[in-house]
Design a protein around this ligand. Structure first.
Ligand code: ZN
Ligand code: ZN
Length: 339
């Protein structure tokens, strides 16, 4: 029986185990992927800590997956063995419900499929994925380069391109971490006047390197006042997970501006008066579906947006996860399956 290695979570809050399993066969509507690289995302803690209802254990996390189609189940047109594909958080959708047919497949009414949560993900040499979850990967991105774009990338790219900001308008990115270092690059490449906001003067050179036109150090200046000095922001993409940091920038929105939340703070205070009197809004954005991932990868290949990664072999998944959770990684952690 051909076997594969996986890094699994045996039960909620337990340590990772590196185990051998039989290589699974893809059922109808699904494919088997020979995984080449898988990003390690903060949302993997959903599986590690048991934060999602009814997770079945042991479970293999990982929703920033890049690999090649290795076997194809019945009734899967359009994909071929050997083709390189990516799978993200969105783990598939039915394709026939009203939401899917209406272009809102992320809100599928029939199934809730989350890669590495409701079914096994990419901390593994092989995984099974529904065909509806697959994105095509451009040749000129390596698998390790592409992996973080499947969650951190799509989250910031898709939020920004749907934010309503136009070329030359001011877009601020709050936080320059795993999400933010990609958000700044995307904002600059999309033609926005890009403002990076973070804590500390030491981040200024990084912000410039990522393409930011302005840097605001929120430790030494009021970020809302600094944004207003630049004319106010059409969009503030909030990638930080601090509600206090989000509160501090709200006053920097221009009229009709949007505070666009993709990082998850524990709670958030909103001052309603500026929302009403300036027709401002606060909204969230779901990362996106497989086509959004594919377009994120294509845009990144086209424009040179790249994730900065620390790479670990699968056998060191526990260490890689710990490194990601420490918040010290610069900036994404990626597992590779070789060796
Ligand atoms: Zn993620
Ligand atoms: Zn559906």
């Amino acid at each position: 029986m051909p076997m594969m290695r996986v890094a699994q979570v045996p039960r909620p809050k337990a340590s990772f185990e590196l185990v051998e399993r039989e290589i699974p066969q893809p059922p109808a509507g699904q494919v088997r992927i020979k995984v080449q690289a898988c990003g390690v995302c903060h949302s993997d803690s959903v599986t590690k800590e048991g934060l999602f209802p009814n997770i079945e254990y042991p479970r293999v996390p990982g929703h920033e997956v890049i690999g090649t189609v290795d076997a194809i189940g019945g009734g899967v047109p359009g994909w071929t063995v050997g083709q390189r594909v990516g799978v993200g958080w969105h783990g598939g959708n039915c394709g026939y419900c009203d939401a899917c047919r209406g272009g809102d497949a992320f809100d599928c009414e029939t199934v809730t499929l989350v890669t590495g949560v409701t079914h096994d993900g990419g901390y593994a040499e092989y995984m099974i994925a529904p065909a509806t979850a697959l994105a095509r990967v451009p040749d000129d991105l390596s698998s390790a380069e592409a992996a973080p774009l499947m969650c951190a990338g799509i989250t910031t790219f898709n939020a920004l391109r749907n934010s309503g900001a136009g070329p030359g308008e001011t877009v601020a990115v709050l936080g320059i971490g795993g999400l933010g270092h990609l958000g700044v690059q995307f904002a600059a490449k999309m033609g926005f006047k890009t403002v990076a906001i973070a804590r500390g003067q030491d981040k200024a050179p990084l912000a410039e390197q990522l393409g930011a036109h302005h840097y605001i150090d929120s430790q030494t200046e009021d970020p809302a006042a600094a944004l207003q000095k630049l004319g106010g922001a059409k969009v503030i993409l909030a990638t930080a997970t601090s509600g206090a940091a989000m509160n501090a920038v709200q006053g920097g929105l221009a009229a009709r501006g949007t505070l666009l939340i993709v990082g998850v703070p524990e709670s958030l205070d909103i001052n309603p008066a500026p929302l009403i009197f300036g027709s401002r809004s606060v909204k969230g954005w779901y990362s996106g579906t497989s086509i959004d991932s594919q377009q994120t990868l294509a845009f990144s290949a086209l424009t040179g947006v790249r994730s900065m990664n620390e790479v670990y072999p699968l056998a060191r998944a526990a260490e890689a996860y710990g490194r990601m959770m420490s918040g010290e990684a610069r900036f994404r952690v990626v597992l590779t399956m070789e060796g």
